[in-house]
Write a protein of this length. Structure first.
Length: 334
């Protein structure tokens, strides 16, 4: 009984550990899936950087166009200067020089602004290109991310399938435990009936023992006074003693038969419990893990029934002792 109890506790502990391992594997797979989703988001940010670089390229093109426009304006201004030179022959020379200086300053200012804008745009483009290169170097390809995501999904599905298999095995085991509980209830009922029968048989055995002692005393008394009794009195005492012995032998035979019936009734549920236990071991052996998970109620119930089985065995031992005593009484009178 102690070894069976220890084995059940070991199976319970191992099954709980297996469930915890499955839960941790599921959490790890979920974490990997979340990491892959973050990688996909970073790829989306990469697309935004490329779009921003395209905007800066368009800005650079527009600045170059403005620079070309300013150059064409400079050419047109040069033509305008030539025309002015032709027209200033009669004009004040100082006024013409001031106008020319203003036009040259305007040209230089436009050139400086165009160069500044072009330099600024080029600087932004270089920064964006560096950032884009860093993102490409740091981020894995979309194909590798998809492969890792698919592998994580497959691993999660495998873990879920294994969990379903454990659940189906647990259903089978619970059904077996239900049968064990039903058989144990029957065994308890038989135990109660056995208690009452044992008490009755013990009472009968005590009465038979008392009668045996009385008859033995009577025989001894008869032997001591046989010389003083008449033949008729001796015959009467002998007949009475024979009837008493016949009644005791008959009562003893009935007691033996009742004890055999009780042993048979106790053996039937015990054999059934042994068969259920073998079925339970066979079911657990078919699983990958040699351990099963049962509730605390089921564990307490089984251990309590094991104690009850030990009590029944003790009572059966008492019955067998009573059977030996009845056979002793029977042999005394034969």
């Amino acid at each position: 009984m102690q070894s069976a109890k220890f084995e059940a506790e070991s199976r319970l502990f191992s099954a709980k550990k297996t469930v915890k391992d499955l839960a941790s594997m599921i959490e790890e797979s979920n974490f990997k899936a979340k990491e892959r989703i973050k990688d996909v988001e970073s790829l989306k940010n990469k697309g935004k950087l490329e779009e921003k670089a395209s905007v800066f390229r368009r800005t650079e093109t527009r600045a170059e166009k403005e620079y070309e426009d300013s150059s064409s304006k400079t050419v047109s201004n040069g033509m305008y200067i030539e025309e002015l030179r032709k027209e200033i022959e009669a004009a004040n020379e100082e006024h013409v020089l001031v106008e020319l200086a203003r036009i040259e300053a305007s040209k230089e200012t436009a050139d400086i602004e165009a160069r500044k804008r072009k330099k600024l745009v080029n600087s932004h483009i270089l920064v964006l290109q560096d950032n884009l290169k860093q993102v490409k170097d740091r981020t894995p390809s979309s194909e590798s991310i998809n492969k890792e995501l698919q592998a994580a999904k497959n691993e999660l599905a495998s873990i879920q399938d294994e969990g379903f298999r454990y659940m189906s095995s647990m259903d089978v085991i619970r059904n077996e435990l239900k049968l064990v509980r039903e058989q144990t209830k029957k065994l308890k009922k038989t135990e109660e009936e056995t208690d009452s029968r044992v008490k009755s048989l013990n009472s009968k055995l005590l009465r038979a023992k008392s009668k045996l002692e009385a008859v033995t005393t009577a025989e001894e008394k008869a032997k001591s006074i046989v010389t003083n009794l008449s033949v008729e009195q001796l015959r009467t005492e002998t007949e009475s003693s024979k009837k008493e012995k016949a009644l005791i032998i008959e009562d003893t035979a009935k007691t033996e038969e009742e004890i055999r019936k009780i042993e048979s009734e106790i053996d039937r549920p015990r054999k059934s419990c042994r068969q259920l236990w073998r079925n339970l071991k066979r079911v657990t052996a078919s699983n990958q893990s040699p351990m099963i998970t049962i509730s605390k109620f089921e564990y307490d119930y089984l251990t309590g029934r094991a104690v009850g089985a030990e009590e029944i065995a003790d009572k059966l031992l008492q019955l067998r002792h009573g059977l030996k005593l009845s056979r002793l009484v029977k042999g005394k009178f034969q």
